[in-house]
Design a protein around this ligand. Sequence first.
Ligand SMILES: Cc1cc2nc3c(=O)[nH]c(=O)nc-3n(C[C@H](O)[C@H](O)[C@H](O)COP(=O)(O)OP(=O)(O)OC[C@H]3O[C@@H](n4cnc5c(N)ncnc54)[C@H](O)[C@@H]3O)c2cc1C
Length: 349
Amino acid sequence: MEVEYLLVGQGVAGSVLACKLLERQKSFLVIDNPDLSNASRVAGGLYNPITGRKMVKTWEADALFKALIPFYQQQEQRLKASFFHEKPIYRPFFNQHEQNEWMGKSAEPAFQHFIRAVHQRPYLPDWLHNPYGGLMLNQSGYLDTKTFVSTLRETLIKRGNYRHEQFDARQLNVEKGFTYGDVNFDKIVFCEGRPTVGNPYFEALPFSPVKGELLFIRADVEIDEIINRGVFIIPLGGNEFKIGATYEQNKLDEYPTPQGEEELIVRLKKLIKFDFEVIDRKAGVRPATKDRKPFLGEHPYHKGMFIFNGLGTKGVSLAPLLAEEFLDFVDQSGELNPQVNISRYFSLF
Ligand SMILES: Cc1cc2nc3c(=O)[nH]c(=O)nc-3n(C[C@H](O)[C@H](O)[C@H](O)COP(=O)(O)OP(=O)(O)OC[C@H]3O[C@@H](n4cnc5c(N)ncnc54)[C@H](O)[C@@H]3O)c2cc1C
């Protein structure tokens, strides 16, 4: 088999790249063993322009959000499936000071298009703690990452672009062009998420993976918006909600824990006043990095060998724009943002 690209891994990173390769009519094969890492199957999938406890505009938000909405809408059309849910996100204010601050910021051109409304009084039903009102965001929502990845996989299988197997770097021949088993290719892109089986070519990169846990609850309340402060509450329909997420850097397994559940329930109860039943729990590990910026670029010694990884806590919003810029870089028709280029770590190789 001869292809231009071999992609290793098909989580959100490999999926978005594969969609871009389809758009560019490039030949490629994906080798993926989904059992090695489940971040993209359990993610909250939020895309949110104003994030964190301090509510700051997310890195490169203007460019990222301009790219992501049309991208996922096009993939829904291509795959004839529904997985992209545009929804306002409501962020209650902690205090009067925050309310005043956002009244000012909402008029600034840098924030205007991300803000639907600044609520100065409690908004939504009386089961939500929001005495100071809150910020209602625009250009926000969530990607059902599990459905996106699995429907794309079915399409790739039908087209002969996908092999379900574990990539073993020891079998990669890098001497004369690239070969792996019966496949010859010009370029290889590693999109393996957090390091699991080990990749000798990029092991120098300082990953700093972060485990996250989620709950699924059922409650007799109705709401259309996503609520996000301390925890996120994503309405899934049918009185079911996804609640997340925790951050844990020491135990990096994919098992939900009683401590994780307890932490989420405590945080949830600070935000809401209704009764609920926990119906499921999930956990996964985010492929985060020491400097919290993605790892994109070409290996310093092996020309044609690339990495597209390190999407951390924000894979959904980062991937569409970065994949476009990455493929331009691979085709030598564009530059990578130095903040994401792995050349910043070449001294470690
Ligand atoms: C609890 C939780 C909540 C999250 N919430 C959000 C959120 O709200 N918004 C957001 O944007 N992001 C969120 N994330 C982060 C998001 O999940 C990641 O940014 C994104 O999924 C990373 O995708 P990836 O493709 O890089 O990695 P992965 O999803 O890990 O995919 C890598 C793929 O490669 C495969 N693989 C690895 N090695 C090999 C090999 N040697 N051979 C074959 N296959 C291999 C793996 O099995 C997997 O299929 C969350 C993550 C967690 C855990």
